[in-house]
Design a protein around this ligand. Sequence first.
Ligand code: AMP
Ligand code: MG
Length: 493
Amino acid sequence: MIRADSFTFDNSYALELEGFYAPWKGESVPDPQIVMLNRDLAEELGLDPDELANEDGAAILAGSEAPEGAAPLAQVYAGHQFGGFSPRLGDGRALLVGELIDRHGVRRDLHLKGSGRTPFSRGGDGKAVLGPVLREYLIGEAMHALGVPTTRALAAVTTGERILRQDGPEPGAVLARVANSHLRVGTFEFFSARGETEKVRRLADYAIRRHFPELDEDDHRYLQMFRKVRDRQAALVAQWMSVGFVHGVMNTDNMTISGETIDYGPCAFMDGYDPAAVFSSIDHRGRYAYGNQAAIAQWNLARFVETLLPLIDPNDIDHAIEVATEEVEAFGPVYQRAWLERMSAKLGVDRPEEGDRDLVEELLGVVHAHDVDFTSLFRRLGEAARGDPRPTRALFVDPTTLDAWLGTWLERLVREPGTVGARADAMDRVNPVYIPRNHKVEEALDAATASDLEPFERLLTVIERPFERRAGLEAYEVRAPESFGPYRTFCGT
Ligand code: AMP
Ligand code: MG
C-alpha cells in the first residue's frame, strides 16, 4: 500500500502560474500494470520503489488515481512545427502530476504521457501505446547514461486497454517521466502570440526562479536568461552530435528552457556517419536531419527571443531587436566551440586548438565517403592510440584509406599532456561501445508488444553502461545488418 504521504509535492507551477494550464485528471483505466520501474530514479526522488511497485502505485503511475497532494494539470503551449506556427497545442495526452524536490534538492516535474484526453487534445485520443512508451523509456535512459541532459522515465505502465493505431490495436500504456521542468519555447510563444506580455513576464520570472536563480536581481535578466538557454541548447546539441543522435522533431514545443532533451518520438542514433541522416517518416525534406540540428536550434532560439523582446527593452523595441539579434547570432560561435570540445575529446584531445577543427572535419569527411559506422570508429580509435590501428582500419573496405589521417592524428596526440595511454583511457570514457542500435530497439519493442520483455530488459542493461565493454554483448556493438534496410521512425502517437 503506497502511503498518502509517500509523495511530498511542492507544486510551484500550479500555485504560481494560474492561467497557464487547465486543472485536469487522468482517465481511469481498467487494469494498470507496471511494466518497467526505474528504481534508482524513484529513490533519487525520495520515493520508495517497493511502494510504487504495488497496485496503488500502478494506478497512480497510470494516471488513474491522483496521489494526495498532487494538483494534476495540463499545460498550455504553442509551437512552430516544421516551421509553421500552431497557436494552441498544449498537453493533449499528458499531465503534470506535481513537483518533487529530489535528494539533491532539485525540483523535478512528475509527468504522465498517455493519461487520456485533455482540453488540448484536439482530434487525438489522449492515449499512448506500449511500443513508443518503452522507446522513450529506453532512449532517455541511454541518453542519461551517455551523460546527455534529458528527461527520464520513472515507469512504463500498461493500462489494460487496446488502442487503435495505424497497424491495428496495440496495448495502451502510460509513461511516467521526470524533468527539471516542462517549460518549452512553445510555452512562451503561446502567450506572446496572444500579445499577453504580462504573462510572458510572469513565465520568464518563473523560469528564472526555477532555473537561473542567480539572475533574479540582474537588471538585464531577460536577456541574460536567453543567453543561458542559448548556451545550454548549444551544449546540448553538441552532445547530440557527438553521439550521433538525431532528435527528429525539433519543433519549438519540443525545446526546453532547462536544456534537457525532451520528447523521444521519431529519434534515432545513426550507424553510418551521414550529415543528411533523417529517420522520421514525416520529415520529408530533412529539416531535422543530423547535420541541421544546430541551425534548427538557433532558429528555435530566435523564435524564443522574439517572445522576450517587450521584456528586454519595453521602451525601445528597435534596441531590443538589435541586442537580441546579436545574442542569437552568438549561438554560432558558442555552438562551434562546444562542438569542437566534444569532438576533440572523442579524439583524445582535451585542449582543442583551432587546427583541430580541420582534423575532425577531415576524419568525418572520410568516414562519410566510406559509410563507416560512427560509434565503432571512435571507439576503435582508442585502440589505435594504444598502438593497434587494425580494428580501425578493418572498418574500411580499403584499409589504407585512413592511414594518412591516422598519422597526422597520432602526431597531434603526443602533443597533448599526459601519456598516450591516459589519452586513450579518456577516449574510452567519452566514446561509447554501446548505443541503442536501431535494429536492437525494434527487436526489443516488437517482443515487448508481444508480451516478451526479456529483449527489452537486456537491451536496457546494455545501454545503462555504454562505455564498458562486456563479454557476450558483441551483437550490441555492431551496426544493423544490410537486411534491416533503411530505418524509418514514427512520431509514436
Ligand atoms: P508531440 O509530437 O508528441 O510532441 O506532440 C505534439 C502535440 O500533439 C502535443 O500538443 C501533444 O499533446 C499532441 N498529441 C500527440 N499525440 C496525441 C494524442 N494521441 N492525443 C492527443 N494529443 C496528442
Ligand atoms: Mg512534444
